[in-house]
Design a protein. Sequence first.
Length: 245
Amino acid sequence: MYNGARLIRVFDVPEYSGRTPVNMSHPPRRSGVKVKPLPVELDGLACERDERELFASLSLRLEPGEVLQVAGPNGSGKTSLLRIMAGLLPPSAGDMRYGGNSVYHGAGREDWRRQRLYIGHAPAIKGALTAEENLAWLCALSSPVGTEQIWQALEQVGLRGFEDVPCHNLSAGQKRRVALARLYLEQHPVWILDEPFTAIDKAGVTALENHIMAHAQQGGMVIMTTHHGLDHLPGVRCLDLGQAN
């Protein structure tokens, strides 16, 4: 049983290089933070699954421009916490507020869903649709995008030439990159990402790191789980669910 978690701030890391993602000579027009997010507050959050407490008394505050890595051993509740923060799973106790309003009730709930982009561990890609069709469908849920923008986003994630390929013909890593292309299309100020570096190659990892840091530098907020080390990135906060206060 965990009674909270230790919050660590990473210091003494190399200065961010400021390099832009690959192929940025023609960046998608929709990328970037249009509206800066408001503070996010966790107040005594707890989660139980199958009558087992995963975490409890979890409280912290995130400001615009921050990157939070959620860490911990398997079964500590990392994915559950991200789903709770995305508003997809209710906490067993506590509350989460965005700009002072609960994200689980009333107008605050709808506002939060407009502000955050959640990409889960499973890519949520339909195999019968092409990469382009998948992105058009996913983005239509918030704000439609054009074909040119989609092709540019796919180029950013290394999938130039795969626009018309049905996704059931893509590898796991390629499907993951199709999902991550949404980060170059949608303008949600808050990103919630579950293991975003899974199944992508070294070049893709570097490009995604750069894009995440650029989003934060523009005032966006990123919350993610990952087994990929982030110690070399400046100012990343780490919330360890496996360590009690």
